[in-house]
Design a protein around this ligand. Structure first.
Ligand SMILES: NC(=O)NCCC[C@H](N)C(=O)O
Length: 333
């Protein structure tokens, strides 16, 4: 590569404080476990600082550019990333897959090579997880997975911030996930529990248990962090000692064609008052949204006093800000 080919990174002064590091920062965030536990803890702490002082980082990435590619609908992720970029002084742009030469057969790898010569970070919401791996594999700037069929690390960061705010300490917390154990939300929450030492029970129908490889990786991490993971088909058993109960849609975006059979298969995996009354006293409720009221969660629970769901959604913004800041700053240093 000649000097003329080198990607130009913005040379404008950064006025935001650079956070103390806490563990190795990954080049890209494709799944939550890309963060070592110490770096993950630091990212959540940074998100807390950014939430307390949203305007304090306005110039920290001034002149940098973020490209957000979406192959699936997005409400929270799209807007929180754009606003997070704005609060860091970055320019952000939404790029529809259908408006790029990908539709005429250009590969993700070639697209990554070109886009990363213009941008300082790229986010992608896509289907197969291998797509985000292909993009990151040829990108010279950080790639953030804005949801793939298998992982949703941005959501898990907001989950951790929400639980930290409510409980203070995460290590030793007992939590239950009720729904599809194969979902991106469950996978990333499992990795979040592993990194922070929480005790997770997943209640899911037979055949929907998290992948054996993911469980093995989580258990290996938990050997150091002190957490645990159990899988059961019985939602009542799963929530029995839970201090937080996580509900999740029965039909994720990439499984719309399975709507009818899933409605039957998941019918007992509903977080309602009756199930919540079986959890630990004062147990709180999480849901990544969008919710199908009356299916996986009832309205009285979603809007009730034990719901942290709206705060959890709001926490997508400071956590997105922390992720972008952490990755882009590390890549440029
Ligand atoms: N909070 C979000 O980003 N929600 C998007 C939907 C997540 C759901 N697990 C899905 O894949 O359809």
């Amino acid at each position: 590569m000649t000097n003329d080919d080198a990607p130009i990174s913005p040379a404008l002064p950064r006025t935001g404080a650079v956070p103390a590091t806490g563990g190795r920062v990954p080049g890209s965030l494709l799944r939550l476990s890309d963060f070592e536990p110490a770096a993950l803890k630091r990212a959540v702490e940074l998100a807390r600082e950014m939430k307390r002082d949203p305007g304090g980082w306005l110039h920290s990435l001034r002149g940098a550019a973020l490209g957000c590619i979406f192959e699936k609908p997005s409400t929270r992720t799209r807007v929180s990333l754009a606003t997070a970029a704005h609060r860091l002084g970055m320019h952000s742009m939404v790029i529809s897959r259908d408006d790029m030469q990908l539709v005429h057969g250009e590969t993700w790898a070639d697209t990554a090579q070109v886009l990363s010569s213009y941008l300082d970070a790229i986010t992608l919401r896509t289907y197969e997880h291998t797509t985000v791996e292909q993009l990151a594999g040829r990108s010279s700037v950080p790639v953030v997975n804005a949801l793939s069929d298998d992982h949703h690390p941005c959501q898990a960061l907001a989950d951790l911030l929400t639980l930290t705010e409510h409980f203070g300490t995460l290590a030793g917390l007992t939590v239950a996930f009720v729904g599809d154990g194969l979902s991106n939300t469950c996978n990333s929450f499992l990795e979040a529990c592993a990194s922070t030492g929480m005790h997770l029970t997943v209640a899911t129908p037979p055949g929907h248990e998290p992948a054996a490889s993911l469980l093995a990786e989580a258990r290996a991490t938990m050997a150091a962090t002190g957490g645990s993971v159990t899988v059961t088909a019985d939602p009542a058993e799963a929530v029995r000692t839970a201090q937080a109960v996580y509900a999740e849609v029965w039909v994720p975006m990439h499984k719309r064609h399975e709507r009818a059979e899933r409605a039957q298969r998941f019918a007992v995996y509903r977080v309602d008052r009756e199930l919540l009354d079986r959890a630990a006293p004062g147990a709180v409720v999480l849901h990544c949204l969008p919710a199908v009221r009356g299916e996986e969660i009832t309205s009285d629970v979603l809007d009730g006093p034990r719901s942290l769901v709206w705060r959890q959604a709001a926490n997508r913004l400071p956590t997105a800000q922390a992720v972008l800041h952490t990755l882009v700053t590390a890549a440029q240093s």
